[in-house]
Design a protein around this ligand. Structure first.
Ligand code: AQP
Length: 331
């Protein structure tokens, strides 16, 4: 298995990113080859500050290393350091339907939220994401549930490329966690926990201090009932059950069974304690890792070199298949 996944360097990652993606990333390091990327070029699809982006790359790199990414067991790098991603984006755009891009939920939501420029980069986001994965011929892409539509598009694009230009790319599969694939905002439980679209009090950040984490969870919006069960009319409690199940590594029905009759107050207290304890080691490791920017740069540069070696081989095949450049001499 070859795994690839990317994450936006937005600096402060949240519990949804952690349970939906990062936990899987750490686990996939033991299941074959794993390649992980800080997608700084994706972050340019909405307004941003150049200096802030560079800082956010270090913040996110340190968070992921603190969470358990090990550069000795995975390739960890910054997207913008490997030019093959952008070259393949252009190649893939010739087999991507413009209509499919305008139908992406993320494009519709984010373009509607833009007050000024709706950039072409926002429309192209899924093509760059397809290039990220396909340039490594990855087989597995661990992501949260919100990425399903992008993964399906990427699979269609790879299949269309192969049908048009000959078998060159690998059609990858999305891997979604059984529990924690869509963590919801604690104050707006009908919306996913999110960097840009959620509420500050409803978003638990990985690096929030323990008091803040506990306060956010204890003030989570719930319904007027008292039963700790999942139900369509109980989105707040259902979300907390999902969070506790993911943190404890057990099934949601086991959480329901163990809190049967205990009431919301005790249940929220247990979720708060469990999440605080779960995130504490990451927060503790983060400070030392973040303090050494030279070491973070060294790790990312070494990762980029390894990534480039794989990506450049794919691009030779892609260019040849598409008729770009001279025919390659065979040895
Ligand atoms: N709420 C979530 N539950 C489970 N998984 C989630 N992911 C994101 N939100 C949830 C997964 O996290 C990974 C990284 O996502 P990203 O690179 O898009 O990072 P982000 O921009 O910080 O994530 P957001 O919050 O989703 O951002 P916006 O506000 O831009 O929409 C992905 O695997 C994603 O599925």
């Amino acid at each position: 298995m070859r795994t690839f996944s990317g994450i936006q360097p937005t600096g402060r990652k949240h519990l949804g990113n952690y349970l939906g993606a990062i936990v899987q990333w750490v686990a996939h390091q033991e299941r074959g080859e794993a390649i992980y990327c800080l997608v700084d070029l994706h972050a340019m699809s909405v307004p941003y500050e150049p200096a802030g982006l560079r800082e956010a790359v270090y913040d996110t790199a340190a968070t992921l290393l603190a969470a358990g990414l090990d550069p000795g067991r995975c390739i960890f790098f910054r997207q913008g350091d490997v030019h093959e991603h952008t070259e393949l984006t252009w190649m893939l755009s010739s087999v991507t339907a413009h209509g499919d891009l305008t139908r992406m939920h993320q494009f519709k939501e984010k373009s509607a939220a833009q007050r000024e420029l709706v950039s072409a980069a926002l429309l192209y986001y899924p093509v760059l994401m397809a290039a990220d994965v396909l340039v490594y011929r990855a087989t597995a892409v661990p992501v949260g549930d919100d990425q399903r539509q992008h993964i399906e598009l990427m699979r269609d694009v790879a299949a269309r490329f192969n049908a048009r230009f000959g078998e060159t790319l690998v059609v990858p599969e999305g891997h979604y966690p059984e529990v924690g694939a869509r963590i919801m905002d604690l104050q707006l439980p009908d919306r996913k926990m999110s960097t840009t679209g959620g509420s500050p009090q409803g978003t638990v950040y990985i690096l929030d201090d323990p008091k803040t984490v506990a306060k956010k969870i204890r003030s989570a919006v719930t319904d007027s009932g008292s039963e700790v069960v999942r139900a369509p009319d109980k989105p707040g409690i259902s979300n907390l059950i999902e969070i506790l199940a993911a943190v404890r590594g057990i099934a949601p029905h086991e959480i329901e069974a163990s809190f049967n009759g205990s009431g919301y107050g005790a249940f929220k207290g247990a979720v708060a304690d469990a999440v605080v304890e779960y995130l504490a080691p990451v927060r503790e490791r983060y400070e030392a890792l973040r303090a050494d920017e030279g070491e973070l740069e060294r790790i990312l540069a070494a990762g980029a070199e390894k990534a480039r070696a794989i990506a450049s081989t794919t691009m030779l095949d892609v260019r040849e298949a598409m008729g770009v450049g001279p025919v390659r001499a065979r040895q």
